[in-house]
Design a protein. Structure first.
Length: 278
């Protein structure tokens, strides 16, 4: 396909998916989350403008061990959800969960969502293993979650397109989804540091270390390999519980709980094996 023709199709997809389609939430929700001076009352009212399904998942995610509930305790207000998860991450979750619900059980969308979620979780784990600052680890986490957001948008476009709209195949989606991913970042005022991440295609290095987008790519490639080998599952091996290993605090169980929190439990499997780490 000619690049000029492809750009024309992309412009139509962008207009349809980012300007015309009702994504299932009030856009003012994201404006409130963008406002650093928003009051607790304004943030709390957000829960009236998103679906109960999204709200339940957000609370479940925020109350998971992955976000420190074992030490920080249970939260009960939406303001606490935003504080624990972070404003940008809450925004991203509202967007991607809305797309997931909009897909109405479409298998292709769910697999991409599951792969993105796995990349997000594994990316943050890797970032911490590399002793990266927590604020930078959160960037990796967010980058993994949104790495294939353009692909989800394109699959939904193909699913719901009108007869007079251009059809697109898998090759087109694989080639151009990063373009729509960047447009989505702009449309919803997400951080600019996400743009190099959605365009990443290889393990990127910084001067002396792996770049943040390289860690996202490393997590994505690991997840993709696991999904291919184990029929769309992230398969992990975890040491068995023992006298000094509280099951609730073990990393494998924390990751599994996080998948369950977002309704993706069937896409992760944690096998029990012997620990080889001294």
């Amino acid at each position: 396909m000619e690049k000029i023709q492809a750009l024309g199709i992309l412009a139509k997809i962008e207009n349809r998916m980012l300007n015309k389609v009702n994504l299932g939430f009030n856009p003012e929700v994201l404006d409130i989350l963008d406002n650093v001076e928003a009051s607790n009352e304004e943030i709390e009212r957000i829960k009236m403008r998103i679906s109960n399904e999204i709200l339940i998942r957000l609370f479940s995610i925020a109350n998971s061990a992955y976000y420190g509930s074992l030490k920080k305790g249970t939260i009960r207000t939406f303001t606490e959800v935003v504080s624990r998860v972070g404003m940008n991450h809450t925004k991203a979750l509202i967007i991607i969960l809305s797309l997931h619900i909009m897909a109405q059980g479409d298998k292709d969308v769910e697999i991409v969502f599951a792969r993105s979620f796995a990349t997000s979780v594994l990316g943050k784990v890797l970032a911490r293993e590399f002793s990266i600052r927590d604020d930078m680890a959160k960037r990796v986490e967010l980058g993994g979650l949104l790495l294939e957001i353009g692909k989800i948008m394109m699959i939904l476009y193909r699913k719901f397109r009108k007869p007079d709209e251009d059809d697109i195949d898998d090759e087109f989606i694989d080639t151009y989804h990063a373009y729509l991913g960047e447009k989505t970042i702009d449309r919803f005022a997400l951080p600019d540091y996400l743009k190099p991440m959605v365009h990443s295609t290889c393990l990127s290095l910084d001067t002396q270390v792996i770049a943040l987008k390289g860690i996202v790519q490393l997590a994505h490639d690991t997840v993709s390999a696991s999904f291919q080998k184990f029929h769309n599952k992230l398969v992990l091996e975890s040491p068995p519980p023992g006298p000094e290993r509280d099951p609730a605090g073990m990393l494998g169980n924390i990751i599994k709980e996080q998948f369950n929190a977002v309704g993706l439990g069937k896409y992760v499997r944690v096998d029990v094996g012997e620990s080889r780490r001294s």
